[in-house]
Every structure is written in structure tokens, then in C-alpha cells.
Design a protein around this ligand. Structure first.
Ligand code: PSV
Ligand code: MN
Length: 387
């Protein structure tokens, strides 16, 4: 595709940011608090809106319940609209209550399963108020020891819980089901991979779609294959973007392996799935433990845009011709030519033409916003991963 067409395609790409990225986060060893961190969902939304305004590629901010619970979601939605952003995906939380030690909707005890399903139904009720389309489900459920629980019975419980929530979804609502190969459970995880998520989604029906969290695979997994397969089956509902090095590190997307992100986005571009009409949601799922949060988010958006821009530049006609001719090296070279292109000037041009600063990172540094929030946000308690 030529540069002009690529710029038009980039207009379509919208990436949702997560409210939890703006709060303090860390490891089990230490959380390093940062100045100016939001103290409530309103301040998180304001920070997300800064990222939206500077990048021009963000429309919405994902909420996490109960961390972002408010008395009146209309008030929060109005605040968001005033800031120029919308409320997006509702993320459930069935992993931070003492009752969930042995799982949530897969728990052996009916009382705990009821509590977990009720929470998910509450999330659907919140979606009704905010107008959100997607309920994002990630379950920490699993076991640590052989024999601890019955693997198949847990699948039965999972299915029953999901079916109850699915039945509550409105016509325009979806559930997007995430998988993760380990952690916090280490022996079995109840939804460890895309296949298990896919099987449950298929059984549930068209409103259930798989989420690919780029950080939730074993090292060496070919994520672009999974993406291509799910796109072909029309069962890819959303991405959670981040990058991992060892485990589920929740680092900046494209930071450690930009080539992998390019390969993934190439499959997305080929399926025309950056077009919102095709209903694939692009969402960041990251935490910024040692880097400042708002610039961390901006950098993430730029990384995704760069990967997409490179993918758009692939000469698809030449690639197909080389593939059909069995020209292994030629095909590979065509893909690499696009990857090796420096797309930063193209993206700077795209921003300038749309009235944005060509360099969002510098624009943020010059904006004085970091100082402003550090001065203003004193007192109260800072939000953190878990609040
Ligand atoms: C935990 O691994 C996780 O990162 C999941 O990916 C969820 O999407 C996210 O937390 C927020 O619940
Ligand atoms: Mn995730």
C-alpha cells in the first residue's frame, strides 16, 4: 500500500487505554509510588484523556470493577466526555477477594461461584449504564497441585457460570474471554490457552469472543498464527497489548520484540481488522512500574502505530505473487523490507496533517501536565493496581 493509503488506514486505528495503567503498580517486592498519580477514577480518566489528545489514536478508557466503581456512572461518563474520551470495556475482577483462594466461577463451593457470577452480572449492569460493548473476562482460576480439584468438574462449573452471564448480555454487548497459560495457579489454569477460550466461546455463541493478551503465552509461541486463525474463524474479539520477557510482565507493548508486534499486526492488517467495522478491540493492558505512567502509555500507542504503519506498507500483491511462486527468500524479503522501513516520518506527517504535534512524547514533556498533577494531587490516597 502507498503512503497516502497507509495514512488513511491509520485513521481507523483506535486503541483503548486501561484505567489501571495510571495508578501505582509494582511487583510483590515493592511498589514505587509516583507523584501526581490519580486518586480516583475521575483522575484516571483525565490522564487517559491526555494520552488520547496527544496521540489522536485513543477513543476510550477501559474500566476495572470494583477498582473504578463510582456512585453514578453517568457523572463519570460526562466527565470523560468533557475531557474528550469515552468509557470503554468493563473488566471484571474475580481474583482479589479472600473467597477466591481456590478459584471464582470454577470454585468447588457453590456459594463462592454464586458470588463470582453475581459480580460478573453486576459488571453487565454497569455496561448497561455506561453503554460499554465489551465485558472482559480474565480468571485467575486453577489449581496448584495434582489431585487438588477435578479438572473436568472445573470446566463444567466454568461453562455454567459463563452461560449465566452470557444470557444476560444485551444485543449490542459481548463477552471477551481471555486466556493465560499460568499464574496465579501453577499446576492447572482453567483457561490456559486460546483453544480452551475458543471452545467455550463457540459453545456460548456469537457474542462470546476470544481475547489475545500478547503477554499470556509461553516463550516461543507463534502469536501471529493464533491471531490469523482466530481472525479467519471470526472469533478474535480483542487484544490486550503488552510485552513480556519472562512471564506476564505487562511491559510496554512492542518494547522487547517490535518484530513480533509487526508480525501480529500484519495479520490484523491483512484481515482488514484495524477497521472498527470488523469489531476487533485493541486495548492496552499494561502497568508502568518504574517508568512514568502517562509517557509510558503514549510510548505504547506510538509502538502500536509504528507496527501497524509498517504492516500497511507491505507490498501485498508482490508478497502473494512470491508466495504463489514458491519464492521463499523473495517473500521473506518483501515482508522484511516493510519491517525495515523507518515509519516515524510517515507518522509525524500523519499527526501534523491532523493538527497533532508530530512528536507526542516531546509534546507531553513540554505540556507541564506532569508538574500540574504532582502539585494538585496532594492528599487523599493514590490509586494503585488494586484500587
Ligand atoms: C492478569 O494477568 C491481567 O493482566 C489480565 O491480563 C487482565 O486482563 C488484567 O490483569 C486485568 O485484570
Ligand atoms: Mn490482559
Amino acid at each position: 500500500m502507498d503512503r497516502a493509503a497507509a495514512k488513511q488506514q491509520l485513521d481507523l486505528l483506535k486503541i483503548e487505554v486501561p484505567s489501571w495503567a495510571y495508578g501505582n503498580s509494582g511487583t510483590r517486592f515493592k511498589v514505587f509510588a509516583q507523584p501526581g498519580v490519580p486518586r480516583d477514577p475521575f483522575e484516571k480518566v483525565s490522564d487517559a484523556a491526555v494520552v488520547a489528545r496527544l496521540t489522536g489514536a485513543v477513543n476510550s478508557v477501559a474500566l476495572h470493577i470494583p477498582w473504578d466503581k463510582v456512585d453514578d456512572y453517568e457523572v463519570l461518563a460526562k466527565h470523560a466526555a468533557n475531557e474528550g474520551i469515552a468509557l470503554g470495556t468493563i473488566n471484571s475482577n474475580t481474583f482479589q477477594d479472600n473467597d477466591y483462594m481456590l478459584g471464582s466461577i470454577c470454585h468447588p463451593e457453590g456459594r463462592v461461584r454464586r458470588k463470582a457470577v453475581d459480580h460478573l452480572l453486576e459488571c453487565v449492569a454497569i455496561m448497561d449504564q455506561t453503554g460499554a460493548r465489551d465485558l472482559k473476562l480474565w480468571f485467575a482460576d486453577g489449581t496448584n497441585y495434582p489431585g487438588q480439584d477435578d479438572i473436568r468438574a472445573r470446566q463444567d462449573r466454568l461453562q455454567a457460570g459463563l452461560e449465566e452471564v452470557y444470557a444476560q448480555l444485551g444485543d449490542q454487548q459481548r463477552m471477551v474471554l481471555e486466556y493465560k497459560f499460568f499464574e496465579p495457579a501453577f499446576y492447572t489454569t482453567d483457561i490456559p490457552d486460546w483453544g480452551v477460550s475458543y471452545a467455550h466461546c463457540l459453545r456460548l455463541g456469537p457474542k462470546a469472543m476470544v481475547v489475545v493478551d500478547t503477554g499470556h503465552h509461553a516463550p516461543g509461541t507463534n502469536i501471529e498464527f493464533i491471531v490469523a486463525f482466530l481472525l479467519r474463524e471470526r472469533k478474535l474479539g480483542a487484544f490486550d497489548f503488552n510485552s513480556r520477557f519472562y512471564a506476564d510482565d505487562d511491559l510496554i507493548v512492542g518494547a522487547s520484540d517490535p518484530f513480533q508486534l509487526f508480525r501480529i499486526m500484519h495479520e490484523v492488517v491483512k484481515a482488514d481488522a484495524i477497521n472498527p467495522a470488523n469489531d476487533v478491540a485493541f486495548v492496552l493492558d499494561q502497568c508502568h512500574n518504574i517508568e512514568p505512567k502517562i509517557p509510558g502509555q503514549i510510548r505504547s500507542i506510538l509502538n502500536v502505530q509504528e507496527a501497524v504503519a509498517k504492516a500497511l506498507l507491505v507490498d501485498q500483491a508482490a508478497l502473494t505473487a512470491a508466495q504463489l511462486a514458491g519464492d521463499v527468500l523473495g517473500a521473506n524479503a518483501i515482508l522484511m523490507d516493510a519491517y525495515d522501513t523507518d515509519v516515524r516520518p510517515l507518522l509525524a506527517e500523519w499527526r501534523t496533517e491532523r493538527g497533532l504535534d508530530p512528536e507526542p512524547m516531546k509534546a507531553y514533556a513540554a505540556s507541564g501536565y506532569a508538574q500540574k498533577i504532582a502539585n494538585e494531587r496532594v492528599g487523599g490516597s493514590q490509586a494503585g493496581w488494586g484500587a
